[in-house]
Ligand binder design. Structure first.
Ligand SMILES: [Zn+2]
Length: 343
């Protein structure tokens, strides 16, 4: 099936070939028992997973919005769909009520001692999923798990066992931002569908339709900051405060690249390593900053600058490496300090 022959109008921006593949499996009755949607963050993997699940479970296979499955899926109460998304821990997570609403499997075990970290999926979580699968009556079941790189080793082994002998009429749809971290045995049990970043033009066109009030300058700024990630573009377009925060980072980089001052580098490293949300903003804005710096240098040669083309390329690589190390749980403060000292 080509993108043009798709029946379902997906709500995603870009990655149409991947969506067509998923739809093809359904229309040709070739569904497999486990899908792994992998690729960069904020390109719509979990949105695709949810929508694919709805397509499979909808009584009309169309996300009609009218059938009882569609209506129950919308309120996250459909017994045939198990969603392991963000997780709550009573007493730890700040907004567990809201976080908890995004998942619909029992999570009381997470508040036991020792409390599971919100960013870890333990064997107790996998057990809660299987208990739910066995307890509900439904012709077909779909299990969605976001971010399976969060599975600890024990949990990954337990999920692997389930995938080796999958329960009948059950489809797992898993997502990950970090394919290299997953055990190869687990990946080999799934049909791997690789999502990619989306082209600037596709995001620009989407924003023009969905956010018609944005000025041309705002729109192009959002596209630049989102680096091919429609999820981020939508977030930035809907929240001027976050957009202003990105712009502020950009301004600070300009300042930083202008003067060799160590103190401000250490301060910035401390600030950005405070949370994973700040880190993401910092690394993405730095990447965009370096890319645009590189383009400017390519257009106007400034022979006496400290920042040669080679230096800027090296910094872009160092930024990618830093992101990789942070994904692998290396101390974020040290990584960002090291990165900023090479600037
Ligand atoms: Zn329906």
């Amino acid at each position: 099936m080509t993108a043009a022959s798709m029946q379902h109008s997906w709500s995603l921006v870009g990655n149409t070939k991947r969506l067509a593949e998923l739809e093809h499996d359904l229309t040709e009755a070739k569904l497999t028992h486990a899908y792994l949607l992998a690729g960069p963050a904020e390109v719509g993997k979990f949105t695709a997973a949810r929508e694919f699940a709805s397509l499979i479970l909808c009584e009309n296979h169309s996300v009609c919005g009218e059938c009882s499955a569609c209506r129950q899926i919308r309120s996250n109460v459909y017994s045939g769909l198990t969603v392991v998304d963000q997780l709550w821990i009573d007493g730890i997570s700040e907004d567990w009520a809201e976080i908890g609403r995004s998942s619909n499997f029992p999570q009381l075990h997470r508040s036991k001692t020792p409390k599971a970290k919100t960013d870890t999926l333990s064997i107790d979580d996998v057990r809660a999923v299987t208990t739910r699968l066995h307890s509900v009556q439904s012709d077909s079941q779909v299990v969605l798990i976001r971010g399976i790189e969060r599975l600890n080793r024990e949990a990954a082994n337990s999920l692997l066992k389930i995938l080796e002998e999958p329960p009948p009429q059950t489809i797992f749809i898993l997502t990950t931002d970090n394919l290299p971290l997953l055990p190869a045995t687990l990946v080999s049990r799934c049909r791997l569908v690789q999502f990619a970043n989306v082209g600037d033009q596709i995001i620009t066109d989407y924003l023009a339709v969905k956010f018609p009030d944005l000025s041309d300058i705002e729109r192009s700024r959002i596209v630049n900051f989102s680096l091919g990630k429609p999820g981020r573009a939508i977030r930035l377009a809907g929240d001027p405060e976050i957009l202003a925060e990105y712009a502020e980072y950009f301004r600070r980089f300009k300042e930083l690249f202008g003067k060799p001052d160590l103190d401000s580098r250490f301060q910035l490293a401390e600030q950005v390593s405070a949370s994973s949300a700040e880190l993401a903003k910092f690394l993405e804005t730095l990447t965009y900053f370096l890319r645009s710096f590189l383009l400017t240098r390519a257009r106007q040669s400034v022979p006496d600058s400290r920042y040669t083309t080679a230096k800027l390329i090296a910094l872009l690589r160092a930024t990618d490496r830093a992101r990789d190390l942070i994904d692998r749980n290396v101390n974020a403060r040290l990584v960002t300090e090291n990165l900023l000292l090479t600037v």
